[in-house]
Design a protein around this ligand. Structure first.
Ligand SMILES: [Zn+2]
Ligand SMILES: [Zn+2]
Length: 197
């Protein structure tokens, strides 16, 4: 068993990842040969694998991974990740919370350094991501952290209706009209009308 992973007493196919170190980055490697016939289910009890340096998290993270052998050089990794993160809105630049949750399925293939075998070995399945490994071992934390990045939205909006920032004064238009809006009105009465709103 790799460092930090302990078998659970009653159910031998369930292991729990624990860590005794306070390090930010822990590596947990599971070699293909450590995966039993019936597969391996891992409930991550700690979160050092989460890319906290790059992504601001506002809740604990839950992650479950199952590993299944698919031959001598192939392992199917399935799992889910769930947490809440804080993102910056593309329009108004304010932070907002977002639930980050998703399932993933990765086909892990070990390619031995065989020069006679070119890397034309891609796209085993259209919907499944394939990751080629240079050793028959799974870098669990690294793969999990990659999945988190894949779950991030391309468009980050605090609200579909976000009014963004004023291109002139930079004020957040979600909090109300800025002085630029008022300048466009000509009479002092219209200014008062805006302020009363
Ligand atoms: Zn916004
Ligand atoms: Zn303005």
């Amino acid at each position: 068993m790799p460092g930090g992973i302990l078998p659970v007493d009653d159910e031998p196919h369930i292991i729990k990842a624990l860590t005794t170190t306070q390090q930010r980055k822990t590596t947990v490697k599971i070699s293909f040969s450590e995966i039993p016939e019936q597969g391996l289910r891992i409930e991550l009890q700690e979160d050092t694998w989460f890319p906290d340096q790059e992504i601001t998290r506002t809740a604990p993270v839950k992650a479950v991974v199952t590993l299944a052998r698919k031959g001598a050089a192939r392992v199917l990794m399935e799992g889910m990740v769930e947490t809440t993160i804080s993102l910056e809105c593309d329009r108004c630049l304010e932070s907002f919370p977002m639930a980050l949750a998703g399932d993933f399925k990765i086909d892990l293939e070990y390619l031995a350094n065989d020069p006679g075998q070119p890397a034309e070995h891609q796209c085993s399945s259209s919907e499944m991501e394939t990751v080629f490994l240079d050793e028959p071992a799974i870098d669990l934390y690294e793969l999990l952290s990659q999945q988190v990045f894949l779950l991030l939205p391309l468009k980050r909006l605090c609200n579909e209706e976000c009014h963004g920032l004023c291109p002139q004064c930079g004020a957040n238009r979600n909090t109300g009209p800025c002085r630029c809006d008022q300048k466009m009105k000509t009479t002092p009465f219209s200014v008062l009308a805006t302020l009363k709103r």
